[in-house]
Design a protein around this ligand. Structure first.
Ligand code: ADP
Length: 256
C-alpha cells in the first residue's frame, strides 16, 4: 500500500548518514484519474453529435448527386467526420483499458471464427487495396481470453497490416502453442517500419508518416491500444520489420 502512495528518494552513500525523502503521490494520482475520467466523459459526450452530423451529411450528399462541387465538399466533410468517429472510439477504448472499473473478463473463445469475423469486417477495406488476408489457424483451437480486449488487439493489428501494405500484397495471421503461452502473429508484405522509429511506435499519436496515416484513416492510437490491452492480459507484444519487405507483430499471451 505504502509503495503505491509514496516514492522514496535516498540521498548519500554513507552507511550512517542518509536522507530519506518521501513524496506523497496521492494528489498526482488523483489528478491523473481526473484527467482520464475527463477524456472518457468528453469522448462519450461527443459520440452522439458526431454520429448525427455524419447522418445529416450523408443525407445531404444524396441530395447533391447532381452538383459535383457540393458533392466533393460533402465527401471531404464525411471523411473528416469518419476520422472523428474513429478517434472518439479509440479514446473510449483507451480509457476502458486504463480503468480499474473495467476488470478483465475471461471467457472461452473459438479462435478461428473469432479472427475470421474481424477479417470479414475489414474485407471491404482489404478488397479496395487488393490485399489477400490468410488465416492460418487450426479449426479446433479455443482460448480463454477477455473478448473485448482481444478484439481490440487483433482488429488494430490486422487493420494496420492491410493499411500499410502495398497494393496487391498479403497478410498472414498464424497461431503457435507453447507450454505456458500462445503466440498469435500478424505478418504483412508492406512497407516495413524504419529501425529508428521502432522504439516509439507504441506511443500515443506516434506515426511514421503522419499524412499517410491520416489519409488512410489512422488516429495514431492503434498500437498504444494493442500494447495496453496485451499488458492487461499479462502478455507481451514483439515486432520484427524489414523496410520494403514487411512487418510481423507477435502477441504472446499466457495460457489460463
Ligand atoms: P495509425 O492509426 O496511424 O495506424 P498506430 O498506432 O496503429 O496508428 O500505428 C502507429 C504507426 O506505426 C503508423 O502510423 C504507421 O506509421 C506504423 N505502423 C503500424 N503498423 C504498421 C505496419 N504493419 N507496417 C508498417 N507500419 C506500421
Amino acid at each position: 500500500k505504502i509503495k503505491d502512495r509514496y516514492v522514496q528518494i535516498i540521498f548519500g552513500s554513507d552507511m550512517d548518514e542518509k536522507v530519506l525523502l518521501l513524496i506523497d503521490l496521492t494528489p498526482m494520482k488523483k489528478y491523473e484519474n481526473l484527467k482520464k475520467d475527463f477524456i472518457a466523459n468528453v469522448s462519450h459526450e461527443l459520440k452522439t453529435p458526431v454520429a448525427t452530423m455524419k447522418l445529416l451529411l450523408e443525407t445531404l450528399e444524396e441530395e447533391c448527386k447532381d452538383k459535383p462541387q457540393a458533392e466533393k465538399f460533402l465527401r471531404k466533410a464525411i471523411e473528416r467526420v469518419n476520422y472523428m468517429e474513429q478517434l472518439i472510439e479509440d479514446l473510449i477504448t483507451l480509457s476502458m483499458l486504463e480503468s480499474v472499473n473495467f476488470p478483465v473478463k475471461i471467457t472461452t473463445v473459438k479462435l478461428k471464427p473469432f479472427i475470421e469475423k474481424i477479417v470479414h469486417d475489414l474485407s471491404e477495406f482489404a478488397e479496395k487495396r487488393k490485399i489477400t488476408v490468410k488465416v492460418e489457424i487450426p479449426d479446433n483451437i479455443s482460448i480463454k481470453i477477455d473478448e473485448k480486449m482481444f478484439h481490440a488487439i487483433m482488429k488494430n493489428l490486422i487493420d494496420n497490416a492491410i493499411k500499410y501494405n502495398k497494393e496487391g500484397g498479403s497478410v498472414e495471421i498464424a497461431f503457435k502453442e507453447y507450454t505456458n503461452e500462445i503466440e498469435i502473429s500478424v505478418c504483412d508484405t508492406g512497407q516495413g517500419i524504419p529501425c529508428s522509429h521502432i522504439p516509439f511506435i507504441f506511443e500515443r499519436f506516434y506515426r511514421v508518416e503522419r499524412s499517410r496515416s491520416r489519409k488512410l484513416g489512422g488516429t495514431g492510437l492503434g498500437l498504444s491500444i494493442v500494447k495496453l490491452a496485451t499488458e492487461r492480459l499479462k502478455g507481451k507484444v514483439e515486432l520484427e520489420s524489414e523496410e520494403g519487405k514487411g512487418t510481423c507483430f507477435r502477441i504472446y499471451l499466457p495460457k489460463c
